[in-house]
Design a protein around this ligand. Sequence first.
Ligand code: UN1
Length: 476
Amino acid sequence: MKPLLIDGEWLAGASTIQTINPSDLSETVETYVQADAQHAHAAVTAAANAAPDWAMSTPQQRHDILASTSAEIMARREEIGTLLSREEGKTLPEGIAETTRAAHIFGFFAGEALRQTGDILPSIRPNIGVEITREPVGVIGIIAPWNFPIAIPAWKIAPALAHGNTLVMKPADSVPGCAWALADILTRAGAPKGVINLVMGPGTSVGQAMLDDPRIDAITFTGSVATGARVGEASMRVGRKVQMEMGGKNPLVVLDDADLETAVHCALDGSFYSTGQRCTASSRLIVTEAIHGRFVETLVQRIRALTIGHALDPATDIGPVASRDQLDSNMRYVETARREGGNIRCGGETVSRATEGYFMLPTLITDTTSAMTINREEVFGPVASVIRVRDYEEALHVANDTPFGLSAGICTTSLRHATHFKRYARAGMVMVNLPTAGVDYHVPFGGTRASSHGPREQGRHAAEFFTTLKTAYTAT
Ligand code: UN1
């Protein structure tokens, strides 16, 4: 049984939950203690009490904790990756790759702890000097989603600590295993008591208690648009800094001059790997007329060749959907697309395997228009739709015809179109001849409009959220 971590103590609580393997519903993965609102309160108290000392910790101390965390994650990547795949359902290679990514993130931010910088400059007035320094924000609340159970906690925890903040973390209910492993590793790596607090529990009680607690100075959230709105409103009420990564409805434009192999690969990877459960997934394939037929035919062939199955089976390409609710929601979206005139070109149904799990065939819906529900709302499953367009200009227009703005891709051999798209795609990230999903950890991550709010995550730019600037004037 995995306990809560509050003020350096591993604690039992009044209740527990068990996680279930979405590849095999007969298998319980782990039992976790559930926090309540009082635990959340105690966790914030611990983080607030630990904040002044941790803010004064040396760059070397922060570096060493983060570097040894990175090393332990790397050494245990198969074991932790397996736990990830058993709880979330992504395939074992995806689970191990995500765990490796988490190790790299801790390694990067170990370096960032040493690379704190500031500015010294003259005042506009005589005999005055100005210093601009970055200070920790204080107590960070972390609310993490279920689809990247280790990478997203890592890219929130690592910069929070590197920049001298303490934290209270609530992992997603259905996949707390990796966040628990991180808390355990960080504690043994030397994080002082109260610096990291882990409260597993429902959003309605634990998450809400965090939102309502004005002692949390900043919240970093990844999840749905609906929950993001609640996080944003609650944070505004207490004047708290907030960073939110929410949905996407990411376009992948395929132009007539695209290399067909590249385009099909980008669509297959971007739309269906990780079972399409990525906010960066390519869910709208916007294809110009001359390549449309060949592209759809080849993509359908490749989709049909994918093996859908148990996440730990080495033959599996695409694991199960993560939960019953998500599967039901995916199927409702497919039904709505059919009703609104979409052609379910392949997939669109659940499948049985040797073990009972949430298996769904990757689904391609053709003959869709930008106005259809399937092209307006995020599905968050192995479902992509095709919109046929005349030319690049229409493709760009359709690509931008969405409230979201996370990632946008284009497959083309035209430098002119690629260059224009990089400039005019309304998204935080643009991919040329690459899938819309799959990002580096050393550069900014985030989007525009309904996808994101607040400063970017990851890379050096993470400092904007996890620090606050101080400007000091000194008469000389
Ligand atoms: C990726 O595409 O590599 O929740 C990462 C998500 C994003 C992470 C995507 N925040 O899907």
